[in-house]
Design a protein around this ligand. Structure first.
Ligand code: CA
Length: 224
C-alpha cells in the first residue's frame, strides 16, 4: 500500500485529507511540524510528501529544500496565499505540485493517485505545457516549440517567472526577486541584459515572433 506523509498543523484539514486518501486505499501518516518530516522520510517508505507551507516551526519551503538534499520523493504543497503559489512555481524548490487552500480533499486524493501511478524515477521529469513552451521547473529546463532551450541559470529563472503567468506584466523588481534570490548586486540593466540574450535564443528557434513583450515603464510579459 502506498504511503503519504502529510505535514499540516490544521488538524481539521489533515483529517479531511487523511479520510480522502484512506478511502482511496492510500496509507497516510500525519505530523504537525515541519521538523518531523525529514526523519520520517529518512526512515523510508514514504511515497509522497504533502507539505503545508505555513507550518508552526519551519516553513514548508525550508522543509522541501532540506528534503531535496537527500531525497527526490514527490512533494505536493498546500498553499494558503497567492504569493506562496508564486514561490512554489517560481524556482528551485523542487516541488512537484501544489494545491491552493481551500481545496477539495477528493481532488487532492486524485492528484496523489495520479502521481503514484507514475513510474518511479520519472517523477522529477515534470513538463508543464504553457502554450508553445514546456517547463520543467525541477529539471531547470524549458522547451520552446518542441526544442530544448540552452539557458543560463538567470535566463531560465526569468523565463520561468514570466511563464508562470502568461500575459501578466512583471516589473524588473519582481523578476529580479525571482531570479536573483540571494544576490544583491544587480540593477535593472541586468534583467534587461538577460532578457536580451533570452530573446536572441528564442528568435533562433522562431525568427518571426517575439514572445517576450516589453511594456515601457512597467516591465515584461510573455505571450505563449
Ligand atoms: Ca498551516
Amino acid at each position: 500500500m502506498p504511503k503519504v506523509l502529510i505535514a499540516e498543523d490544521e488538524v481539521a484539514i489533515a483529517d479531511a485529507v487523511m479520510y480522502a486518501l484512506r478511502s482511496e486505499g492510500i496509507d497516510v501518516e500525519h505530523c504537525l511540524l515541519g521538523g518531523d518530516v525529514l526523519p520520517k522520510v529518512r526512515n523510508g517508505g514514504v511515497d509522497i510528501v504533502i507539505l503545508d507551507v505555513g507550518l508552526p516551526d519551519i516553513s514548508g519551503f525550508d522543509v522541501c529544500r532540506e528534503l531535496r538534499r537527500f531525497s527526490d520523493v514527490p512533494v505536493l504543497f498546500l498553499t494558503a496565499r497567492a504569493d506562496e503559489v508564486d514561490r512554489v512555481l517560481g524556482l528551485e524548490l523542487g516541488a512537484d505540485d501544489y494545491v491552493a487552500k481551500p481545496f477539495s480533499p477528493r481532488e487532492l486524493a486524485a492528484r496523489v493517485r495520479a502521481r503514484l501511478r507514475r513510474p518511479h524515477g520519472i517523477a522529477h521529469q515534470h513538463w508543464r505545457q504553457v502554450g508553445t513552451f514546456e517547463v520543467d521547473i525541477d529539471g531547470h529546463r524549458i522547451q520552446y516549440r518542441g526544442q530544448l532551450l540552452d539557458l543560463t541559470r538567470y535566463e531560465f529563472a526569468l523565463l520561468a517567472a514570466l511563464l508562470h503567468r502568461p500575459g501578466a506584466i512583471m516589473s524588473r523588481a519582481q523578476l529580479m526577486d525571482r531570479a536573483w534570490q540571494d544576490n544583491g548586486d544587480s540593477g535593472d540593466r541586468t534583467v534587461d541584459t538577460h532578457i536580451k540574450t533570452l530573446r536572441a535564443k528564442l528568435r533562433h528557434i522562431a525568427s518571426d515572433v517575439d514572445p517576450i513583450q516589453t511594456h515601457r515603464g512597467l516591465g515584461y510579459s510573455v505571450v505563449v
